[in-house]
Design a protein around this ligand. Structure first.
Ligand code: NAD
Length: 223
């Protein structure tokens, strides 16, 4: 695996998804321009990011889509399936549990937990909801390294501590709260409401400036 700045790794994940999409469309050879176009970044940024992965084919000949996809997956540790659990089987937890495309990155839901006694033992889609007290056993049995945290913001910190106690080192925090990573864990937060707020601001700002003609934002930061 490579060591690279988080922003670079985030873009490499996007390139893997772009290459998956190319493969589905039977595209065998691609270029940094094509990847850049699909990923919404510049070709310079793509080449810079790919340089972390090492030499990748001959200059001017393009990239073999399948080989590049494999190299990127290995570079960022997405070459193996990884089991995940969902903590909080409300609206969002249930939607994620049934989401079919997690497998694209190798994530595989193995269990779903909720603290509500009315939900424990109930069937939700393919899942029988379990009590948080069972999390450590499930973690050991499946080698779980990632939990999706989908509880109300007010419960997020205590649920994160329970996840840490169960021995799960990675928490993808979907809740509305910013949480401190419990010892021994890494927390990544996903927040579509912040994205929505930012978008609303940008749209209003453009309208106020009398210009809606600009292209989509590009995310070529220098990291
Ligand atoms: P919800 O109320 O429908 O579900 C929350 C579930 O968490 C409930 O079933 C509840 O019993 C359970 N729960 C509470 N405490 C728990 C604990 N300690 N352990 C296990 N389960 C526990 O809420 P929702 O609409 O699914 O939203 C969940 C969270 O996701 C909220 O914090 C919401 O703000 C956030 N959210 C985030 C995004 C995003 O883009 N990240 C989008 C929508 C909602």
């Amino acid at each position: 695996m490579i060591e690279a700045p988080p922003a670079t790794v985030a873009r490499l994940v996007v390139y893997v998804r772009v290459l998956d999409e190319f493969a589905v469309r039977d595209v065998d050879v691609t270029s940094s321009d094509a990847i850049a176009e699909a990923a919404g970044v510049s070709a310079f940024q793509v080449r810079k990011d790919l340089s972390y992965v090492g030499p990748l084919g001959q200059r001017g000949k393009g990239y073999d889509v399948h080989k590049l996809r494999t190299r990127l997956r290995i570079a960022i540790g997405l070459d193996e399936d990884f089991p995940v659990v969902i903590v909080g089987m409300g609206r969002l937890g249930q939607a994620l549990a049934d989401y079919p495309n997690l497998g694209g990155l190798g994530a595989r839901v193995v269990a779903a937990f909720d603290a509500d006694p009315a939900k424990i033992g109930a069937r939700v889609g393919a899942w029988t909801v379990r009590a948080p007290s069972e999390m450590a056993d499930v973690t050991r049995a499946h080698g779980v390294r990632t939990a999706f945290l989908t509880v109300p913001g007010s419960r997020a910190a205590s649920a994160a501590r329970a996840i840490a106690r169960a021995g799960i080192p990675g928490i993808l925090n979907f809740s509305s709260s910013v949480i401190e990573a419990p010892p021994g864990t890494v927390v990544q937060s996903v927040d579509f409401l912040t994205g929505l707020g930012l978008l609303a601001y940008e749209v209003r700002l453009r309208a106020a400036r009398g210009s809606t003609s600009g292209g989509p934002s590009r995310h070529d930061d220098a990291a």
